[in-house]
Structures are given as C-alpha cells and as structure tokens.
Design a protein around this ligand. Structure first.
Ligand SMILES: Nc1ncnc2c1ncn2[C@@H]1O[C@H](COP(=O)(O)OP(=O)(O)OP(=O)(O)O)[C@@H](O)[C@H]1O
Ligand SMILES: [Mg+2]
Length: 286
C-alpha cells in the first residue's frame, strides 16, 4: 500500500483506559484497565480493513473510537487528513455523514417503537440533507437496494427477521452517503446462509458506492472472504497488520498463527467463492 495517499480514516496512537470503581472491602477503590494500547492504523478509500482477535482484545473499543462514538484517553482520529479528535458540533456532523456504524444485534440497535421508515430517515432529519417530500422516495429506494420490500416501510423492527433487521441497519447507515462503514460483528448473529447473502450485499454496495469498511468478525473464513487488509489484535495492541493473503498464508506473528490454527474449519461456501475469485483472477491475468 502506498503511503503517499491521504487515508480516508486514520487513527494515531490510540489508547483507551477504562477506570472502574471497585466494590467491597478487598476491591474498593479505583481500578484502571487499558483496553486499547497505542494503536495506529489507516483505512484507504475502497479498502476493507478487518480487525480480528480474541474476545475482549479491544476490537470494539478501537472501532468505537475510530467512529467517534467513544473518546480516546490519548491519540488522534483523522478524516481525510483532518484531525477530528476534538471536533465540535459542525465538524462532528460532517464526520457522522462520512463514517457510519452497523452493530451486531440489529434489534437492540433499532428503536422498536419507530417505523422502519422513521429509523432510516432519522439521520437525514438530523442532518437536514434532503427536502422532506423527497425523503420518502429516497427511503423506499434504499429499502429496495438492500433487499427489503419498500411496502414494509411502515412496519416496526420486531416485524422483521434478524437478516431483514440487519438490512434496515445497513440502509440506515447508507442513508447519509458515508465513505466508511464500521461493521462491528454486523453479520455474526445471522444464520450462515443469511450471513453469506448480507456479506455479498456489503461487497456489492462497496463497489457501487465507493465504500470503505472496518469489518470486525470472529469468523476468519468470513474475514478472508471480505477483507483486503487485516489487523490482528491481542490485548489491546495490533500485533500484525498486512494484506489479507499474507496474514492468512504467511502469518509472521506467533499470536496470528495461534488465532488461525484455533479456527481450522473452512466454510465451504466461502472457500468456493475464494477459488472462483482466484480462477477468475488467473484467467484475467494469466
Ligand atoms: N465501558 C467500559 N468500561 C470498562 N471496561 C470496558 C468498557 N468497555 C470495554 N471494556 C473492557 O475493555 C476490553 C475490550 O473490550 P472490547 O469490547 O473492545 O473487546 P472486543 O475485542 O470487541 O471483544 P468481543 O470480541 O467479545 O466483542 C474488555 O476487557 C472489556 O471488558
Ligand atoms: Mg466486540
């Protein structure tokens, strides 16, 4: 990757220390825990950066700071080269229109009392991006694009399946026309077959809308299918960061090797897709 390009998003030397109040005689007093420890990475336009690592290693904390949902204890967040770490309302609104998030549990991230139309429109209302009369058609088009029936725009999240609800979450994220979507375990709660369809939707949307993704997943077969680059996280630090194939085929760090060997099974669906891709690439570049 050339470092002469300005990254779409860059985080520099991020640290996050959580301070918690202990209880009881033995554990009374403040205790601190550093969940993210001096982490730097960059996401280029059109790139999918996957962040992998064990549960509790700090992936979500990094992603939340990168999306400016959480303040870092130290370090900086840059969007297109501009430091947004301490952005105030106007710059923050701009940041939110460029960086959106899709979470793991679609139901807990969608307001159950709002219609899907209202949910998808909410970021537009907030940003004041479109005249109200155009918004309704805009929402219908977006629902159609993510594979939802636009006639269901007056339904509530509870009336959708998990996969459909996650499509609502994706539509809501896309509504403001972001450049980067942070997907924190966005497909992890879905059935494998639904997962494959949603992943392919994300890939299609990436091509159509010039999106970058930060993609967090436990399933390394999914990561291999979708990522361009992979950052491997252990105990709040990035231990290895590189192209997908070099991480999977020639991991340099002992922790990466352990992580890969802990998931030996290959999802046949992803593997078939990978082989097809490899064969196509070979035909195009013999
Ligand atoms: N608000 C908080 N207060 C205190 N500790 C926290 C807070 N949020 C996260 N942590 C701690 O920081 C560490 C990293 O959490 P994080 O959610 O980033 O991990 P993760 O890699 O996303 O894990 P998982 O794969 O299970 O989602 C964990 O030990 C967690 O308990
Ligand atoms: Mg997490």
């Amino acid at each position: 990757m050339s470092d002469t390009k300005t990254p779409l998003l860059e985080v520099q030397n991020l640290t996050k220390t959580f301070v918690t109040q202990g209880s009881g005689a033995v554990f009374a007093g403040k205790r601190s825990f550093t969940a993210v420890d001096d982490v730097s990475f960059a996401v280029q336009p059109h790139e999918t950066l996957a962040i992998v690592g064990e549960s509790g290693s700090g992936k979500s904390t990094m992603a939340r700071i990168a999306a400016k949902l959480l303040e870092p204890t130290a370090g900086n967040v840059l969007l297109n080269g501009t430091d947004m770490t301490h952005a105030k309302a106007k710059d923050l609104a701009h940041f939110r229109s460029k960086v959106q998030v899709v979470f793991q549990d679609p139901f807990s991230s969608l307001n159950p009392k709002h219609t899907v139309e209202r949910i998808i429109m909410a970021p537009l209302d907030y940003q004041g991006v479109k005249p109200p009369k155009k918004r309704r058609d805009f929402v219908r088009d977006l629902m159609d694009r993510v594979g939802l029936n636009p006639d269901h725009s007056q339904r509530y999240p509870g009336q959708f399946s998990g996969g459909q609800a996650q499509r609502v979450g994706i539509a809501r994220a896309l509504a403001v026309g972001p450049s980067l979507v942070v997907c924190d375990e966005a497909v992890s709660a879905l059935d494998v077959s639904v997962q494959a369809v949603v992943i392919n939707l994300l890939k299609d949307l990436q091509r159509e809308r010039d999106l970058s993704y930060i993609f967090i997943a436990h399933d390394l077969a999914v990561v291999r299918h979708i990522a361009d680059t992979v950052a491997v996280v252990n105990k709040g630090k990035i231990v290895e960061h590189g192209d997908r194939d070099s991480i999977f085929d020639a991991p340099q760090h002992e922790y990466t090797r352990e992580l890969l060997s802990a998931v030996p099974q290959i999802n046949p669906e992803w593997e078939a897709a990978r082989l097809t891709r490899a064969q196509t690439a070979q035909k195009e570049n013999p």
